[in-house]
Design a protein around this ligand. Structure first.
Ligand SMILES: Cc1cc2nc3c(=O)[nH]c(=O)nc-3n(C[C@H](O)[C@H](O)[C@H](O)COP(=O)(O)OP(=O)(O)OC[C@H]3O[C@@H](n4cnc5c(N)ncnc54)[C@H](O)[C@@H]3O)c2cc1C
Length: 399
């Protein structure tokens, strides 16, 4: 006996699950959205601690979904400057060099969630179940059935796990992962600096992890300071003046003195990749499928691309009157996303290891690498376009 029959059940109302729900809305499918916790709300005022660098491809997706215009606070950045703190090489990626007004925007996670969720509620037709906890998943040739902790049983043609790094859907489907902690945490906060940021995102590759200053529209910066976890914990406990002094030193005064810092938090960093993105009538998207080091600000952008590609494959199946949860649809989704995600993850890993090494043998080549890229405009243009989300086989929403 079923308590609800749907076309698609999306478990996880984070940024990626919500984007998928919105991308599916025009198809007229019956969708259920489940989450263990209420959707994070944005109310303006003080900046939220969690922000992401939204790529141009993601911006295009959000525009096509009719939600970008509702983002009440976005901070464009027109260049990215990176330094090797040991070898002293540096590289500047400037949007003007490729004829673009900017390379991306810094946006609060909670704002993206709020705008997408409000739009979904406005659209109507979505069944939201919060809080909900999936206890079992069972698929057959026709449907996938899930039972919830409160005893309800829901059925659909497709179940999507958008439930983050510790995905319950992934575990219930027995999908194994390759996972490794970096032994690091990303310390985040909002800071005030002596000199203006000029809409440039800055990153210093320190031996124990990269330090990023991300420019905010009000002149302050959001920071992501990757460092050994015990170091991050010690720095979280410092008073504001002592913290600012350590940050000023670590930043080599790239924006002069750090003059103030609001609340801080730290998040453990790991690398995770699901060995399969699909199981019978199940697909994984976003952090449920892959978690990458935040040093290039790509994790959520990859997840948004997963959601856009999966929506495109579902649409294609609908148009051809094929099964939206069938193996053909799911395999096409996996084939289009897995290689790209793995490539990005391996690149981030390589960066992490090369720059995280104190080996003097690596200091010269890595600095040379920065300087060489800096002196090679075509190579710089290639890196910029890739970071902006260009690539082969983009879904129509991102083109
Ligand atoms: C310090 C830091 C900086 C970052 N910077 C960037 C950046 O600049 N650019 C970028 O693109 N990415 C960045 N990322 C990565 C980005 O934050 C993540 O990739 C993104 O948040 C993943 O979104 P998601 O929706 O897949 O998962 P999540 O945000 O984890 O959402 C999962 C949802 O599922 C729900 N859920 C979980 N378990 C269950 C369950 N059992 N039952 C029901 N619901 C459940 C949760 O409540 C949540 O709502 C950064 C990450 C870190 C740590």
């Amino acid at each position: 006996m079923s308590d609800g029959r749907f076309d698609v059940i999306i478990q996880g109302a984070g940024m990626v699950g919500l984007l998928l729900a919105r991308a599916l809305a025009p198809l007229g499918l019956k969708i259920a959205l489940l989450d263990a916790k209420p959707v994070q709300r944005w109310q303006g005022g003080e900046w939220q601690l969690r922000v992401i660098a939204v790529s141009t491809a993601t911006e295009r997706i959000l525009r096509r979904l009719g939600v970008w215009e509702s983002m009440a606070r976005v901070s464009p950045f027109r260049a990215v400057q990176a330094w090797d703190a040991v070898g002293r090489g540096s590289v500047l990626f400037d949007s003007a060099d490729i004829g673009e007004p900017h390379l991306g925007h810094i946006v609060e996670n909670g704002l993206i969630q709020t705008v997408l969720y409000d739009r979904l509620l406005q659209d109507g037709g979505l069944t939201v179940s919060i809080p909900a906890a999936i206890e079992t998943v069972q698929a057959d040739a026709e449907r996938v059935a899930v039972t919830l902790a409160d005893g309800r049983r829901l059925e659909a043609r497709l179940l999507v796990g958008a439930d983050g790094a510790n995905s319950r859907v992934r575990a219930l489907c027995g999908i194994e992962v390759d996972q490794r902690g970096y032994g690091q945490s990303g310390l985040v906060g909002v800071i005030r600096t002596e000199r203006p940021h000029g809409e440039v995102a800055r990153q210093r590759f320190l031996p124990d992890g990269p330090l990023a200053f991300l420019p905010l529209a009000d002149g302050r910066c959001s920071i992501v300071w990757s460092q050994p976890t015990e170091q991050a914990e010690r720095r979280l406990a410092l008073d504001e003046a002592a913290f600012c002094a350590e940050l000023t030193a670590a930043s080599a005064r790239m924006l002069g003195e750090v003059q103030g810092c609001g609340p801080r938090a730290a998040f453990p960093l790991q690398r995770l990749h699901a060995r399969r993105y699909i199981a019978p009538r199940v697909a994984l998207i976003g952090d449920a499928a892959h978690v990458v080091h935040p040093l290039a600000g790509q994790g959520a952008n990859l997840g948004f691309m997963d959601a856009a590609v999966l929506a495109e494959e579902i649409e294609r199946a609908c148009r051809a009157d094929r099964d939206i949860g069938g193996l053909g649809t799911l395999r096409r989704y996996e084939r289009r996303r897995k290689g790209d995600n793995l490539l990005m993850q391996s690149a981030m890993d390589a960066f992490h290891h090369v720059f995280g090494s104190e080996s003097p043998w690596l200091a010269v080549p890595r600095s040379l690498g920065f300087d060489l890229v800096d002196a090679a405009p075509p190579l710089k243009a290639f890196f910029m376009r890739r970071a902006m989300g260009a690539g082969p086989d983009l879904p129509a929403l991102a083109r």
